[in-house]
Design a protein around this ligand. Sequence first.
Ligand code: ZN
Length: 107
Amino acid sequence: MGFEVNSEAASIMKGLGFSINTKKIQRGVCNWGILPPKADACQECAVEHKPDEPHDKTSLYYQYYFRAKHGRWPTWEDAMAHCDDATKKSWREELARAGEIEETQNG
Ligand SMILES: [Zn+2]
């Protein structure tokens, strides 16, 4: 059993060393525990969230997807880069409270 991936994801996954045969990643080869996004989930982090909410930085799929694309691991700022300022502000406050980011980070 394999799973369908779109062509962009296919090239990224290929770069990560997955064996892709006609755009299907073979489950036997994929033992990283990274699941592909469901159709109704965010296609970048594989987590179901609203488009205006940050990606899930803790999602392994997001981390490897981002690294394949940008050559480095994502930060929370990357995960919320597409959000509006109000969303960023409230997320930074929550993340700072949770000890995930520095309180002084203002972008
Ligand atoms: Zn996302």
